[in-house]
Write a protein that binds this ligand. Sequence first.
Ligand code: NAG
Ligand code: NAG
Ligand code: NAG
Ligand code: NAG
Ligand code: NAG
Ligand code: NAG
Ligand code: NAG
Ligand code: NAG
Ligand code: NAG
Ligand code: NAG
Ligand code: NAG
Ligand code: NAG
Length: 507
Amino acid sequence: MEFLFRKPQFSKKLTLGLVMLVGYLILFSYHVSSFITSPEANTLLKWKASLDKQSQTLLSTWKENSSHPCNWVRIECNEFNSVFNISLGDLRLRGTLDSLNFSSFPNLQFIHMPNHSFHGIIPPHIGELSKLSYVDFSYNELSGGIPTSIGNLSTLSFVSLQQNYLSGAIPDGITQLTGLNSLILSNNDFNGHIPKAIGNLTNLSELDLLENELSGHIPATIGTLVKLTFLKLRFNHFSGHIPPQIGRMTNLLHLGLGGNRFIGSIPHEIGMMKKLELLDMSEKNLSGSISSTIGNMSSLEAIYLYSNQISGSIPQDIGKLYSLKSLQFLDNNILGSIPVSIGNLVNLRDLHLFQNNLSGLIPSSIGNLTELTYISLFQNNLSGNLPLEMNNLRKLEDLQISDNNFKGHLPQNICLGGLLTRFIAENNQFTGPIPRSLKNCSSLRRVRLENNQLTGNITEAFGVYPNLYYIDLSNNAFYGRLSPTWGQCHNLTSLKISNNNLSPQNL
Ligand SMILES: *[C@@H]1O[C@H](CO)[C@@H](O)[C@H](O)[C@H]1NC(C)=O
Ligand SMILES: *[C@@H]1O[C@H](CO)[C@@H](O)[C@H](O)[C@H]1NC(C)=O
Ligand SMILES: *[C@@H]1O[C@H](CO)[C@@H](O)[C@H](O)[C@H]1NC(C)=O
Ligand SMILES: *[C@@H]1O[C@H](CO)[C@@H](O)[C@H](O)[C@H]1NC(C)=O
Ligand SMILES: *[C@@H]1O[C@H](CO)[C@@H](O)[C@H](O)[C@H]1NC(C)=O
Ligand SMILES: *[C@@H]1O[C@H](CO)[C@@H](O)[C@H](O)[C@H]1NC(C)=O
Ligand SMILES: *[C@@H]1O[C@H](CO)[C@@H](O)[C@H](O)[C@H]1NC(C)=O
Ligand SMILES: *[C@@H]1O[C@H](CO)[C@@H](O)[C@H](O)[C@H]1NC(C)=O
Ligand SMILES: *[C@@H]1O[C@H](CO)[C@@H](O)[C@H](O)[C@H]1NC(C)=O
Ligand SMILES: *[C@@H]1O[C@H](CO)[C@@H](O)[C@H](O)[C@H]1NC(C)=O
Ligand SMILES: *[C@@H]1O[C@H](CO)[C@@H](O)[C@H](O)[C@H]1NC(C)=O
Ligand SMILES: *[C@@H]1O[C@H](CO)[C@@H](O)[C@H](O)[C@H]1NC(C)=O
C-alpha cells in the first residue's frame, strides 16, 4: 500500500477501489468477527494447550468463541480489547511458560502468577513487554536466569521471583529500572554480586535478596536508596565491612544482614535510622563494641546481634529503646554488667544474653519487665542473689540462668503466672528450698536444678506435672522421700535425684 500511494497517477482509481475494499473488509469482519481470533487469544489458547490436563480444566472459559479473550477468567483488557492484566492467582497451574509468547501482548502491564507449578525458564522475550509494570512469578519452580532483556522494561515497578530455582547473576540491566519499587528475589540460587549501580534505583522501597548464594561487598551506593523500607540480605555470603552509608537509609523499617560473612564493627551511623523496627546483624563475624548510638533507634522492636565476636559492654542507652520486644545478644564476648536501664524496656518479651562474659548482679529493675516471657542468661559470670523483683514476672515461660555464680534462694513465686515450662538453673550455688510456686506449676516441661546447694524436705515439695518430661535435682542437699505422685507424671522420662540425702527406703 505504501508503494501505491507513492504513485499519484493511479491514486484516484485506486483510492476508490481501496475505499470499497476497506468497506467490504469492515462489513465482512463485522459479520464473522467471532471467527477471527486475536493473536492474544491465540497465544493464550496455545499456552493453555501446553499445560497439563487439570490446568486446562481450570481455564475452561478460555475457548475460541470470541475475537478477544476479554471475557475469559483472570484476563482483563483495556478499552481497545487488548490484554493488560493476566492474573492467575492460586489456580495451581502446571506447565512451562515456553509457549506463552509475550510478544503477542503489546499492552500487558500486570502479570500475576504466584503459587503455581510453573517450571522451565522465564522466556527472554518478556523484555518486549514495553508497558509491563508488575510481574509476580513467586512460589513456582522456575529455573535458569533472569533474562537480561529485563533491563528494557523501563516501566517496571514491582518484581517478585521469590521462591523458585532461579540462578545466575542479577543482571546489571536491572539498575536501569529507575521506577522499581520492589525487587524481591529471595529464596533462589542467585550468585555473583549486587550490581554496583544499585544506588540508581532511587525509587526502591523493598529489596529482598534473602537466602541466595550472593557474595561480595555491599556497594556503598546503597546509601542513596533513601526510600528503602525493607532491606533483606540474610543468608547469603556477603563479606567485607557493613558500609556506614546504610545510616542514610532513614526510612528503613527492616534491616536484615544476618547469616553473612561481614567483618569489622557495627557502624555508628545505624543510630540515624530512627524508624528501624528490626535490626538483624546476627551470625556473622562482627567485632568491636555496640555503639551507644543504638539508643537513637527509638522505634526498634527487635535487635539481633547474636553469634558474633562483639566485645565491650551493653550501652546504658539501650534503655531508650522503649519499643523493644526482643533483645538477642547471645553468643558474643560481651563484658560488664546488665545495665540497670534495662528496666525501662517495659515491652520486652525475649531477653537472650547467654554465652557471653557478663558479670555482676541481675539488676532489680528487671522486675519492671512484666511482659518478659523468655530469659536466658546461662553461661556468663553473673553472681549474687536473684532480685526479689523477679517474682513480678508473671508471664515467664522460660528461665535459663545455669552456669553462673548465683547464690541465695530461687524466687518463691517464679511460677505464679502458671506459664513456666522451662526452669534451667543448674551449676550455680543456690541454697534454700524448692520455690513454693513450683508445686502447682503444671505447665513445667523441663527442670534442671542439679549441682547447687538446694535443701529442704522434698516429700511434698512437688505436685503432678502432666507435661514434665525431664527433671534433674541431683547433687543438692534435699532430704525426705520421693512422693508417689511422681507416678502421675505420665510424660516423665527422666527423674534424676542422685547425690542428695533422701531417706534410704526410697533408694
Ligand atoms: C465465551 O465463553 C465465555 C465463557 O463460557 C462467556 O462468558 C462469553 O460470554 C462467551 N463469549 C461469546 C462471544 O460467546
Ligand atoms: C488484575 O486482575 C486481578 C484479578 O482479577 C485483580 O485482582 C487485580 O487488581 C488486577 N490488577 C489491576 C492493576 O487491575
Ligand atoms: C510471537 O508473537 C509474535 C507477535 O504475535 C510473532 O511475530 C512471533 O512469530 C511469535 N513467536 C513465536 C515463537 O511464536
Ligand atoms: C499457595 O496456594 C495454596 C492453595 O492452593 C495455599 O494454601 C498457600 O497458602 C499458597 N501459598 C502462598 C505462598 O500463597
Ligand atoms: C532488549 O534487551 C536485549 C538484551 O539486553 C537487547 O538486545 C535488545 O536490543 C533490547 N530491546 C529493546 C527494544 O530495547
Ligand atoms: C517513583 O515512585 C512514585 C510513586 O511511588 C512514582 O510516582 C514515580 O513516578 C516513580 N519514579 C520513577 C522514576 O518512576
Ligand atoms: C548509575 O550508577 C552508576 C554507577 O554507580 C553511576 O556512574 C551513574 O551515574 C548512575 N546513573 C544514574 C542515572 O544515576
Ligand atoms: C542521636 O540523636 C541525637 C539527638 O537526637 C543526635 O544529636 C545524634 O547526632 C544522634 N546520633 C546519631 C548517630 O544519629
Ligand atoms: C573472622 O574474622 C577474623 C578477622 O577479623 C578472621 O581471622 C576469621 O577467620 C574470621 N572467621 C570467620 C569464620 O570468617
Ligand atoms: C520501671 O519502669 C518505669 C516505666 O514504666 C520507669 O519509669 C522506671 O524508671 C523503671 N524503673 C526502673 C528501676 O528501671
Ligand atoms: C506428652 O508427650 C507427647 C510426646 O512427646 C506429647 O505429644 C503430649 O502432648 C504430651 N502430653 C502432655 C499431657 O503434655
Ligand atoms: C518430710 O516430710 C514428710 C511429709 O511432710 C514427713 O512425713 C517426713 O517425716 C519428712 N522427713 C523428714 C526427714 O523430715
